[in-house]
Design a protein around this ligand. Sequence first.
Ligand code: CA
Length: 508
Amino acid sequence: MNKVKILKWYKTTCMGRSWAGALSQICFLGVRRCFNSLMKQNLNGHRTKYVLLFLTFLFMLPSLHSQKTPNILIITVDNVGYGDFSFYNEDSPILTPHLEQLAGQSTRLTNFYTASPTCTVSRASLLTGRIPQRHKTTKQLVGLAGNYGIGLRQSEVLIPEMLKNAPTPFATGAFGKWNIGFAPGSRPTERGFDEYLGIASGNVDHFTHVYAGKKDLYHNTESINRTGVYSTDLFADAAIDFIEEKTEMDAPWFVYLPFDAPHHPGARNIDPDAENIWQAPDYAFEPYGLSPDEKDPRKRFNAVVTAIDLAIGRLMEKLEELNIAENTFVFFYSDNGAFYPYIESGIQTNAPFKGAGVTLWEGGIRVPALARWPDRIPAGTTLDTRLWSLDVFPACAKLAGASLPEDRFIDGKNMIPNLTGENPYSPHETLFFQYRNFDALIWGDWKVIRESNEEAWQLYNLKNDITESVNQAETRPDLVQKLSASFALQKQEIDHYLEIEYLFQNTK
Ligand SMILES: [Ca+2]
């Protein structure tokens, strides 16, 4: 073959595949070539039959491999803005080479929304596939009373509970920030997870794991002490150990890895004896040539994110080492956008979007997201189809071959055909949001939003005006009427639906 032919062959055979995928494809083509060659020679006798049988077996190996139930890895980061990562904003000063590599192996979502702009509600929605108004956890859990209370209703079905009912039940592990209630019956190992290592609350001192003066770190339901181990590493290492163990047992696994970083430091989540600063491990300052004593909060924040990047790098390396990267669906996203104080001080950015966390402006709800599944999801691509975090739930069901719960409405839709490029159309006609006094609805290119129901609706065209700068409510009253009517109808439907669901679940 000449150079042009070799390049063409390489492109069609290996491009977009992981190294293992490329190797598998090369072996497959090689075996096929031998098979064809043998057939041409028209050999006779038993030996030939066995050779042919063996080659047929080899020939089938890749397809057998591809039919294996995939593992599922969901990673969330806390309050990272759309413009914080270099793979969304080339001006970002934050060093994340491993996440950049992951982005290169993934489809990068540019029109992905979290169902809520705040931690607790975002997580409750992800794990149930339902909008907050339906699962009824509509507010942040605050303080020890909030975080150690029931939190999310125990009657809600979580992803790991659904995956336990898959044809091949999944091994399930959660490692990180729980933040949806830690009362007996609400804890992860009582909600479908086989193993849990993490914090009950939203954010802790990254080194002492103290929240509001209380040691907040647990293995399953037991309080544990790992003082001195940086929380990001603690969670990633627990996930790695779990993955290693379950892979050895040849069980499909589901890992939920919600980092509590880089969430800002504050009175509750910094140990009373420690300085109130962005806490990063010493090694995360090295790539910047900085001392761990660096005082600039922007540089300290960058190191916190780099520590996440290094942890995710180790995790991805482990998937390769275990030879399971090919058969693992990875979904990575930020639970909500960056908050105003950190945007205004130049530490973070939701650029190009307006607004911030705990608002329904695009900066609060439109978040960075990556989806990787070698050989199925085209690598290094960008996807602008509108999806949201609730779609993870039915996607997990589809991947596992599990049935969705039949006694409740799931707002999410299976996004796998969108991620693989089979279907370019959003499965959602509208996205409905309600948080605190904010109301919003997105339909097609348009969005209506109001900061309280005492204010008039504002109207923005998200296609031509992604910064939500030009309110078109006065020039397009027809669209305001259409979208606001849809919002009112959906709100009415949800209220009515909840009554029916309650009756249905309590008369079984
Ligand atoms: Ca958050």
